[in-house]
Ligand binder design. Structure first.
Ligand code: AHN
Ligand code: ZN
Length: 324
């Protein structure tokens, strides 16, 4: 009886849901999961970039925050805005906002998905040094992770997985000290996640695990097993890379060690104690580890690829809808 129901469910859902080619027996074990739309994710990235650079204390930043919280709300999330102030390495006082959207708020088992939404005020890795003072547009560095998560939110809003999901867009990740600054402090980055780690939006907030997306939009991006992720949450790295390979995305997800990258997941691990990983474009043997356009004036829409967005987004949906 139960089996028949599940098989009928599978046939019924097949019009709008993906299912891997499987036998009837494993059909019963694998949940249907929504089809990720890379076009939709791409549009969410375009809409962020259209505001211009999203630098704390600017009007584009404020408008984009409203766009992000409004979009999460429109897709059925319960939204909390966490305003904070943080002092940057150069003395600037930043007015930041972490944007938090929750689904199934009462479900005990939760997965946390996160990305940074701010963009870097300086193109300090531009090949032309005279571009240093130009802000990064952040199509890849910032908007891509958020765009994939907005599309995940849109899908959850239509039909939720059985677990709870929290999505956090962290602010002030990319205001860190350039390498040229003597006090090149790793803690000068990730100010929003550091604030949230010390002041969670709910006291004692916990999730089973967390996944950070950072720079998930470049054509031909490679995601290696990042070392901070490996240290705190190797089982989650295994789970995600195994899912990606099952889905055929092994050209993106490389089963080899990557670099150790200070990023928002470090503080979610250390301060909030939630085992978290980073899916980040970083090639440990490449001359430019984060890609040619990282922290340059060329981090623009022309260098965002729907296939990369699709590999990451489809992998996330597959994982969320197979959790019990
Ligand atoms: C450092 O460069 C120390 N971490 C990289 C974090 C980052 C910056 N992600 C995007 N932009
Ligand atoms: Zn950056």
């Amino acid at each position: 009886m139960k089996i028949i129901y599940l098989l009928l469910f599978a046939v019924f859902m097949s019009s709008c849901h993906q299912k891997p080619a499987q036998t009837a027996v494993s059909t019963i074990e694998l949940a249907a999961y929504p089809v990720f739309s890379p076009d939709s994710a791409y549009t969410f990235i375009e809409q962020q970039v259209a505001f211009g650079p999203r630098i704390p204390n600017t009007s584009a930043h404020k408008k984009c925050a409203e766009y992000l919280s409004g979009t999460l709300q429109r897709y059925g999330a319960t939204v909390i805005l966490q305003n904070f102030q943080a002092r940057a390495f150069n003395g600037d006082m930043l007015n930041g906002v972490n944007i938090i959207g929750s689904y199934n708020p009462d479900a005990p088992k939760r997965v946390l998905l996160f990305a940074h939404w701010d963009t870097r005020p300086w193109s300090d890795h531009d090949p032309d040094p005279s571009n240093y003072s130009i802000p990064v547009l952040g199509a890849n560095d910032g908007a891509s992770g958020v765009g994939v998560l907005l599309e995940v939110a849109r899908q959850i809003g239509k039909s939720s997985p059985s677990i709870g999901v929290d999505i956090i867009f962290f602010d002030a990740e990319d205001y860190g000290a350039p390498e040229s600054v003597a006090s090149d402090d790793p803690h000068s980055w990730c100010l929003g996640s550091q604030y949230w780690g010390r002041n969670p939006h709910q006291p004692g907030y916990k999730a089973s695990y967390g996944i950070l997306l950072d720079m998930v939009g470049a054509p031909g991006a490679t995601f290696y097993r990042e070392q901070i992720s490996e240290y705190f949450a190797s089982d989650i790295v295994n789970k995600v890379w195994k899912a990606a390979h099952t889905l055929g995305f092994q050209t993106y997800f490389r089963n080899e060690p990557g670099g150790s990258i200070t990023d928002d997941h470090l503080y979610v691990n250390r301060l909030a104690g939630i085992p978290s990983i980073n899916i980040i474009q970083y090639n440990p043997s490449g001359e430019k580890g984060f890609g040619d356009y990282w922290h340059t004036t060329n981090d623009t829409m022309e260098n965002v690829d729907r296939s990369t967005l699709n590999a990451v987004g489809t992998t996330l949906l597959y994982i969320l809808y197979n959790e019990r």
